[in-house]
Design a protein around this ligand. Structure first.
Ligand code: TYM
Length: 343
């Protein structure tokens, strides 16, 4: 049995450069780096995709499009250790959620930062689905016994609650679940020193997000390369007048440096040495705009070359294979809680 690396990207809206840099590309990089030493599960949490309101007429196609994005980001779907699937096609995700709900505190969920932020933005329109989001995410991870879960910094708390729920169940019922590694080890595994958080270009105190209406600050993977470059050129910076890598005091400039590092694949130290002390923000913006334009041109070309029928074949084979794994875990849990007869 290989250890599992697992992540999911919702299909609620067009993915952003933040989704790409925070989760899509790291998965493709890890797949390449560990060639065959780990199993890779990369899935579309489609049930998570309407925890806040969406246009349902586009959801089905968006899920397929997301899978294509994984491929354009470099995920090799011919690798026999890599599995792609949609959450709702494996009903065990929903059923395990209903069980885990009973071992999760209302207070625990109410404290989740993302729930607090999103429910504040939704006013009276807050669904129980939004509240329960982290439990469904815990089910996604625990069903397969994933050890590593590459996610952006905004998902750290959800990963921690997954560990808490899993450990609680193991404590009560014996060894039911493999528990994912703690945050520090996850971050190290991704070769980072802290969780990744790409900021909005228009308001660099906030993360770049697909669910917030912030078109100027958000680079979508479907943006035309020129339009995206323009967004970079009009990014909010500061009045310091000198480039420094400093999240506290110069988040806009630091965000640009971070994007440059990730898109060029050059080491952070090298980029920092090149730009620190420079006084022209315009030059930095130009360098980042070029990197973004080149990246999107290449990404969108790859997207256009994907063989959809091969992808869909792989998808249905993997959904069957992963349903078996998930059902095994579910049965173990059902037996433990008394829903099925013990062996
Ligand atoms: P989603 O679709 O909202 O985000 C997908 C991934 O993109 C990361 N991300 C970012 N990373 C860096 N900077 C940003 N500005 C940025 N914006 C988004 C997110 O952290 C995430 O890794 N809850 C998950 C989906 C999910 C999941 C799972 C992930 C459901 N079940 C099980 C892992 C394991 C989410 O945030 O999706």
């Amino acid at each position: 049995m290989k250890d599992i690396i697992l992540t999911g990207i919702r299909s609620n809206d067009e993915p952003t450069l933040g989704n790409y840099l925070g989760a899509m590309r790291p998965m493709a990089d890890l797949q390449r780096k560990f060639a065959g030493r780990y199993q890779i599960n990369m899935f579309v949490p489609d049930l998570h995709s309407f925890t806040t309101p969406i246009d349902h007429s586009t959801l089905y196609d968006s899920s397929i499009r997301n899978l294509k994005y994984f491929v354009a980001a470099g995920l090799d779907i011919d690798d026999p250790n890599t599995f792609i699937y949609r959450q709702s096609f494996i009903p065990a995700h929903s059923e395990l959620t209903v069980i885990l709900n009973n071992f999760t505190g209302f207070g625990e969920m109410a404290r989740m930062t993302q729930f607090k932020d999103k429910s504040a933005a939704q006013n009276d329109n807050v669904s129980v689905g939004l509240f329960d989001y982290p439990v469904l995410m815990a089910a996604d991870i625990l069903l397969y016994g994933a050890k590593y879960v590459p996610v952006g910094e905004d998902q750290t708390q959800h990963l921690e609650i997954t560990r808490d729920i899993g450990l609680r169940m193991n404590h009560k019922f014996g060894e039911l679940f493999v528990i994912p590694e703690e945050t520090k080890k996850q971050v190290e595994f991704m070769n980072l020193n802290r969780g990744l958080r790409i900021r909005s270009l228009s308001d660099p105190t906030r993360k770049m997000s697909k669910s917030i209406q912030d078109p100027r600050g958000t680079i979508l993977l479907s943006d035309s390369p020129d339009a995206a470059a323009k967004k970079v050129m009009s990014a909010t910076t500061d009045s310091v007048g000198q480039v420094n890598f400093d999240w506290e005091n110069q988040p806009g400039v630091t965000n640009l440096l971070q994007i440059l590092v990730l898109l060029t694949g050059r080491p952070q130290d090298e980029i920092n040495a090149e730009w620190t002390g420079q006084t022209s923000y315009g030059e930095l913006k130009k360098a980042v705009a070029t990197a973004v334009r080149d990246f999107l041109t290449d990404f969108q070309t790859k997207l256009g070359e994907i063989d959809e029928s091969r992808l869909l074949d792989k998808l249905s084979r993997d959904e069957m294979a992963m349903a078996e794994v998930a059902n095994e875990t579910l049965l173990r849990v059902q037996r433990a809680v008394g829903l099925r007869q013990k062996k």
